[in-house]
Design a protein around this ligand. Sequence first.
Ligand SMILES: Cc1ncc(COP(=O)(O)O)c(C=O)c1O
Length: 394
Amino acid sequence: MPTPFELASDEAFWADIARRYPRDPQVINLDNGYFGRMSQGVVEAYKQAIDQVNCSNAVHVRELFDTRESLAIRQQLAELMGLPADELAFARSASEALFSLIRNYNRLQPGDQVLISDLDYHAVQDAFRWLAKARGVEVIEIRHAHPASHDALVSAYTDAFVAHPRLRLMALTHVTHRTGLIMPVKAIAQAARAQGIDVVFDGAHSLGQLEVDLADIGIDFAGFNLQKWIGAPLSLGVIHVRRERLQAFDPDMGSQSYPADDIRCLSPYGTPNVPALMALPEVFAEHAAIGGWAVKGARLRYLRDLWVGEARQLPNLEVLTPDDPRLYCGITSLRFTQAADQGAMAARLLNEFGIFTVARSGSACGPCIRVTPGLNTSVADIQALVAALKQLAG
Ligand SMILES: Cc1ncc(COP(=O)(O)O)c(C=O)c1O
C-alpha cells in the first residue's frame, strides 16, 4: 500500500480522482479554499435526496430523518472526527457554529478580557468584538509578526497571556484563510489551558486536509464546516463541545428544542438543508476511500510545493507562507512586491492567464493573493501558474 506521500505525486491516481469532479475548461480554479467541489457521486446522492425529500416531504423528514437518520449520520461524522457523537451538533456553516459558541458561552463577566489575532477569520473577529458590547468585556487584539515562525506565533499568545491577566476566552484558528498558515495550535492551546483561558477553535480550513485530533490538541469547543475539504454540499457546519464542558454554554437564544445537556441545544433553530445532510454518508465514504485527510493533505501540499519552489526564486514576488512543514498546508499566499494593488494582480492572473485566485488582506502580513489547489488540480495547472507568475513578476 503506497504511503500518502508516495500517492501525492502519483499522477495516474490523481487523474482518476480528478475525473470524478466536474471542471470548467475555461478557467484554472486555484481558489478551492472557498469551498470544495462535490464529486459526481456526491452530486448524484444529493440529487436523489432532493427528489426523495421533495416527494415525501414532511413525512420522511419527521418520521425517519429527524428521529433516526440524522442520528446515524451524526454517528458517522463522529467516527470520521474521532469524537463521541453526543459532542457534535450540525449547524449550517462554520460561521454559524462559531457564532453559537461565542454568543452562548456563559462564563464571561464584565471586565473580563477576550482575545483575537489578525489571522483569525474576519467574522470571528467581529463576533468577539461584539462581546464587548454584549458582555462588557475588553477585546485584546494581537498582531502576528511577519514572516511567521513557530516560536513567534506561540509567544505572541503567551506574551499576551502575561500582559492581560483577565483573559477568559480566545479565538484560535487552525489554518488561517489569509495565508494558509497552520497555527501551532497544540502549544497555544496548552498555554491557554494553563492560564485558565477557554479556546474557541476554528477548524473551517483544516478538517479534511489536516489531522484534527481535538483531544490531542487540547480543544474543548470548536466549529467546522464540511464543504471545504470533506467534500459535502454547501450549507453544513459542525459544533463541537466536550461533554464535560457543555455547562459553559446556554441553549442558543433560549431555545427549548433540546435540553441544556444535549449539544443540539447550541444549533441555531431552523429547518436544515435535509437533502445535504442525507448526502453525507456518500461524502464520508468517498473521503475515506481516497485515504482521508492524510492523502488529500499530502497531495495538496505536493502541488503547493511545486509552485512555491519556483516562485521563491522569482524577483518582485514574495511567498508569505513559511516552508516550515509544521506551518503550511495546501493553501499559500504570495505578493507581487512591486504592485500597489494585489487585487489588480489577481485580476490579471484571471484575465491574461485564465487562472482564478483570490486577493486577501486584513492581516499584519499585508495584502496578498491566496492560491489553493483542489483535488482535481493537475501538475499542468500548477505549471501554468508558475509560467504566469514568471511573466507577471517580470
Ligand atoms: C478560517 C475560516 N473560518 C471560518 C470560515 C467560515 O466558514 P463558513 O463559510 O462555513 O461559514 C471560513 C470560511 O472561509 C474560514 O476560512
